[in-house]
Design a protein around this ligand. Sequence first.
Ligand SMILES: Nc1ncnc2c1ncn2[C@@H]1O[C@H](COP(=O)(O)OP(=O)(O)OP(=O)(O)O)[C@@H](O)[C@H]1O
Ligand SMILES: [Mg+2]
Length: 229
Amino acid sequence: MSESAEPSLAAQASSTAEAARSVAGGLFVTFEGGDGAGKSTQADLLATWLEAQGYEVVRTRDPGGTPLGSAVRALLLHGDHVDQRAEALLYAADRAQNLAEVVRPALARGAVVVQDRYIDSSLAYQGAGRPLPSSEIRELNEWATEGLWPQLTVLLDVSPDLAARRRASAGQQADRLEREAAEFHHRVREGFLALAAAEPDRFLVLDAAQEVKELHTQILSRIATYLAA
Ligand SMILES: Nc1ncnc2c1ncn2[C@@H]1O[C@H](COP(=O)(O)OP(=O)(O)OP(=O)(O)O)[C@@H](O)[C@H]1O
Ligand SMILES: [Mg+2]
């Protein structure tokens, strides 16, 4: 027994030595911006780059990062009319579950969590049309997440026109509702910019009209400041 245990301990030690690079306390990065801003594109590029550098990366999204979250996402995005308070609670419930199941364990291991959307989306979208006070949305979400905010939030700032053109060139036709919603998207954009202005240290605001590669380069130069060991 003890003889066979030795090689396996040695193998364990060597696999620990080769284990992924980690960040003390983990690194939580979120991507924000309107629909079609390029969040998933940049989040995927960042995750791929980090993995190539040897970091453990956990790629997740809000809503829908867990099985419970996927069910909540389906209810929110495809269900019948959802009362605004029920909607706010469902988004917060999804976040609470994703943090408990995915984000916190990953950060505890020293991984980098790269996530599409977070509380800022609730604040920006809520402020854009629904009459619930944003202070209440913030309190609800801070309760749900026990006040865990990302170290870095990349805001891909996009004009509603450009986002609509991107959706069109990706083959998605603008329907009547989307065209009517231009004013709504404008208010969402202003909401995101106001959040970024209030927390300049957490936010990196980029003009999403730039090329994919250019944006990626700017994100990497900011990320480097969190990885310097
Ligand atoms: N910088 C860019 N320049 C031109 N096209 C881009 C750029 N970034 C992304 N795109 C394209 O725009 C479309 C939307 O990009 P993406 O899915 O990354 O956006 P998103 O913000 O994740 O959207 P959603 O809110 O719908 O999840 C895709 O077809 C993508 O290839
Ligand atoms: Mg996306």
